[in-house]
Design a protein around this ligand. Structure first.
Ligand code: ADP
Ligand code: NI
Length: 211
């Protein structure tokens, strides 16, 4: 279904990335997406391939435009995936890459699953770790009580937002559990969401010297 050389090619796209868009993020998204696809009876090949390729054209890596699929297409051509699979995968990559309040829900079940899987990797213990990694990488302070969160950002505001990493939890991460498309992902999100809220409670208690 997904051959080992393709995995190695994808790994090369993420060499030297410390923004949270690393190869292991991609692999985690693929694994949880396949798990959800099995439960939701979706097409496993399309789901796995779209998950594996969902970030290879990300503007943060390529400097290109949101919605580009050049790298994904090149890889699928190299491994001779059928044209209808390529079309479905590109459609998914385009819809999953929209951010902020411009977010769109992918039309296909497989797309909904990849979006859910990507969002699941942004919450829970790994989501916390990724957020602080991203914050450090972007020279952001972890918290400043004088900088309020910004809600309902457009994609442009999202890209240029210079808030704190803790604000990112309020602006995005704690909203994700109610944005899951599939019942399977919604149930996985519950436990991961609690990790976030417990962490925020503890963070603020320690910040205020209460614990
Ligand atoms: P995706 O994996 O959907 O492409 P993003 O590109 O929005 O997600 O973010 C990648 C990772 O970096 C996620 O874990 C996300 O929470 C984190 N991240 C994005 N923006 C910020 C931010 N402003 N502060 C802290 N973490 C962020
Ligand atoms: Ni991603």
């Amino acid at each position: 279904m997904i051959n080992i050389e393709l995995l190695e090619d994808v790994k090369r796209y993420f060499d030297n990335d410390y923004s949270g868009h690393d190869y292991f993020h991609t692999i985690r998204v693929m694994n949880i997406a396949v798990h959800i696809a099995e439960k939701e009876r979706a097409d496993i090949t399309v789901t796995a391939l779209a998950a594996l390729l969902h970030d290879v054209d990300d503007y943060k890596l390529t400097g290109g435009e949101t919605g580009d699929t050049f790298n994904a297409v090149a890889l699928m051509e190299k491994y001779a995936y059928a044209e209808d699979i390529q079309r479905k995968v590109c459609e998914i990559i385009r819809s999953v890459s929209f951010k902020g309040k411009d977010t769109v829900i992918p039309a296909s079940l497989e797309g909904k699953i990849v979006q859910d899987a990507d969002r699941l990797d942004a919450i829970g213990a790994i989501g916390i770790a990724r957020a602080f990694m991203y914050g450090g990488n972007h020279n952001r302070v972890m918290y400043d009580p004088d900088v309020p969160p910004v809600y309902n950002m457009t994609v442009e505001q999202y890209k240029s937002n210079k808030g704190t990493t803790i604000n990112h939890f309020y602006e995005k991460l704690i909203l994700l559990k109610d944005m899951m498309n599939t019942a399977t992902a919604a149930s996985i999100a519950e436990a991961r969401h609690k990790i976030l809220t417990d962490f925020l409670d503890e963070f603020h208690a320690e910040w205020d010297g209460k614990r």
